[in-house]
Design a protein around this ligand. Structure first.
Ligand code: CS2
Ligand code: MG
Length: 404
């Protein structure tokens, strides 16, 4: 069997997605997600100009070998652009292998380790009453775990919090030039415990609650927040510091028993070395799409398991249904599954990418279709061309650029 075509499709059914489609001489096709929010076209070029020509003629069954060929062969290793491009190839090859076998991908990965996958949804509000309404809405949709993000008094716009009347609680602000949001850590730190107090008061002690600090804190501030939130028994505190400084998590860990989740911006196992071997975190957050595919993410999860760390694959709307499907197969197969982030996609995106995975009673399942179980409607995709859309930037009150 040989790969005879490698095509990159860019489409915007509500938001931009980059998809690789591989075709074999037997006429089988495989899909892989290569979406890198706000930097999409860099990955398109990497795939079209530098990877597609290398794939023609290769045996699609040699997944590990192709991964090593693209990773080691480039010489320039790691980074989100490279790893998103390699991820798309890896997932497309797993998709093809599943179709050849007539089995859903999770079966090729060892079969199901559980019946269904606990998902968490996003609730947010400009203020606490609005946040409580948003939590109620997620519970009504069936969610059994909820991430809560809220506006902070004195701040105009906080990432992850929907603007009034914007509808969905989870769509990040996007526009052709980055929106400028504002930030003040002291106000945030004094506001958050009261927010959790109110949510616990309304919904009781059992509901798993998560919170994303989006890399904004220093280690000492993160330690303080973790301690202050301990009475509210969080499922996790996510990205409390910019964790490329892995050693910083030592200080946070020494001071708080609030569970920690890290890794959505990481793209290789090396980014986690200290965090895993010193057991400084509780959940690894990488996405199939940004981590080089199913092949390396499986290895990361196995290494994490040795340190009693669980999976929590990044699953915002900018991971396409193709990337989401791949994640769900891996989630179902591994032993140390923790939770899956999920806020669904627009009806239009679900029409372009028809998928076998399902969401019911707060749980996901990848479905039984061979491969990853996603079909792309290319003629529909063509009707929604790419448009530049950027994530926001963040500035302190004095104008200094801050992490967001
Ligand atoms: C967030 C994401 O889902 C999350 O936890 O941190 O919304 C993230 O900011 C976006 O995926 C960036 O593209
Ligand atoms: Mg996050």
């Amino acid at each position: 069997m040989k790969i005879v075509d490698a095509k990159v499709v860019v489409t915007r059914p509500g938001r931009n997605f980059v998809t690789l489609k591989l075709t074999t001489d037997d006429g089988l096709t495989g899909l892989g997600d290569a979406t890198l929010n706000g930097r999409e076209l860099a990955v398109v070029s990497y795939l079209r100009d530098h990877i597609a020509p290398l794939l023609i003629g290769l045996d699609p069954h040699r997944i590990e070998d192709t991964w090593q060929y693209l990773y080691r062969g480039a010489y320039w290793r790691r980074g989100p652009v490279t790893m998103a491009a390699i991820a798309a190839v890896d997932v497309a090859l797993w998709d093809i292998k599943g179709k050849v076998a007539g089995l859903p991908l999770y079966q090729l990965l060892g079969g199901a380790s559980r019946d269904r996958l606990l998902a968490y949804g996003h609730a947010s509000g400009q203020d606490t009453p609005e946040l409580l309404d948003s939590v109620r809405a997620r519970l009504a949709e069936g969610y059994r775990a909820v991430r809560i993000q809220t506006g902070v008094p004195g701040l105009k716009a906080v990432y992850g919090v929907h603007t009034k009347g914007a509808g969905s609680a989870s769509v990040p602000h996007q526009q052709a030039r980055p929106l400028v949001e504002d930030w003040d850590t002291r106000s945030y730190l004094s506001h958050m415990p009261g927010v959790f107090e109110a949510v616990r008061h309304e919904f009781g002690p059992e509901l798993p609650l998560l919170h994303d600090a989006h890399h904004r804190l220093t280690p000492l501030q993160a330690a303080q927040l973790g301690k202050d939130l301990e009475p509210y028994r969080l499922f996790w505190l996510e990205d409390c510091t910019p964790a490329e400084n892995q050693a910083a998590l030592r200080l946070v860990r020494q001071h708080t028993t609030t569970p920690l989740a890290v890794g959505e911006v990481f793209n290789t196992v090396h980014d986690y070395q200290t965090l895993l071997t010193e057991q400084l975190i509780d959940y690894v957050r990488s996405a199939v799409t940004h981590f080089g595919g199913v092949t390396p993410l499986r290895k990361l999860f196995d290494l994490a398991a040795v340190h009693q760390i669980k999976s929590a694959v990044h699953g915002p709307e900018d991971i396409s249904p193709v990337g989401m499907a791949a994640a769900l197969h891996l989630d179902l197969a591994i032993h140390n599954f923790g939770i899956q982030e999920y806020s669904g996609h627009s009806p239009l995106a679900d029409e372009v990418f028809q998928h076998a995975y399902t969401f019911a009673d707060g749980h996901l399942h990848p479905g039984e279709a061979p491969g990853i179980g996603v079909d792309m409607d290319e003629s529909l995709a063509k009707k929604y061309p790419y448009e530049a859309a950027y994530l926001p930037v963040n500035r302190l009150h004095d104008g200094t650029v801050h992490d967001w």
